[in-house]
Design a protein around this ligand. Structure first.
Ligand code: PGA
Length: 247
């Protein structure tokens, strides 16, 4: 795990954008794993800018998102599919047939999660996976206590995640946050060839310290990234504050 600490979230985001731009330039038909939430929004803006300047094209890029709420129509204002369209897909030359987000409305969840894993494999696996981290250490929606080997599956959201998501989205209304989601598993994430994790701000301090300096434990699912051969963690100074070793 390579850890880099930046003065500001803008600088860390700029570095993440440089990694994704370089990945797309090096392999124009690469497979990207993408994330939602507040953290990657500015990164997507930088990628849109790079596309508009002619630095990169998404024409042959394939994407797989980490997760989706169960029960929301994909065009619901808070669905992760809609989030991705608004924050990235609608602003670049990507072919939407190449954009994959788990179907939270699938009638047969078992089949949906198996097909999602199969689609990732058929695409050749994920070249670069973008990750955020929850205040409780979750990656994707793999909540504390999850199985650290599993593939895409159905997960029940913890109270903290429901509160966090209501604060940032759903107009603050906790009752509207779905209680379950489909998520790539920790096993799926570990199979990505490279992971780039972004974490900013005070609310991530404890989770970040545990991920980097704690034991590998299902109580902090992100800690399993210590086992991944090529993970880059990009932090702002605030998120890094509780780290004992800062360089
Ligand atoms: P955030 O969420 O980017 O909105 O902080 C990250 C996550 O929960 O993985």
């Amino acid at each position: 795990m390579k850890v880099r600490i930046f003065e500001s979230s803008q600088e860390a985001t700029h570095e993440a954008a440089a990694l994704f731009i370089e990945q797309i330039q090096r392999k124009p038909d690469c497979v990207l794993g993408l994330a939602t939430g507040s953290t990657p929004i500015k990164l997507y803006k930088e990628l849109i800018l790079a596309y508009k300047e002619g630095t990169i094209s998404f024409k042959r890029v394939k994407t797989f998102n980490l997760d989706e709420y169960v029960g929301l129509d994909r065009l619901h204002t808070q669905s992760y599919y809609r989030f991705m369209c608004e924050q990235l897909f609608d602003h670049v030359d990507i072919d939407k047939r190449n954009c994959h987000v788990p179907n939270g409305q699938a009638k047969n969840i078992e089949r949906e999660v198996m097909q999602y894993e199969a689609a990732i494999e058929a695409a050749g696996g994920i070249d670069m996976q973008l990750l955020g981290i929850g205040g409780n250490g979750h990656i994707g929606f793999n909540e504390p206590g999850c199985n650290l080997d599993c593939g895409t599956h159905l997960e029940s959201l913890t109270r903290q995640t429901i509160q966090d998501n209501a604060r940032l989205f759903f107009n603050g209304n906790e009752a509207q946050v779905p209680r379950q989601a489909l998520t790539m598993g920790v096993g799926t994430i570990l199979r990505a060839r490279r992971c780039v994790l972004l974490a900013f701000g005070k609310s991530k301090q404890v989770a970040v310290q545990g991920m980097i300096e704690g034991p590998i434990t299902k109580n902090n699912p992100a800690s399993v990234l210590q086992r991944h051969p090529d993970t880059v963690v990009l932090l702002d100074t605030l998120a890094a504050e509780k780290l004992k070793k800062k360089g």
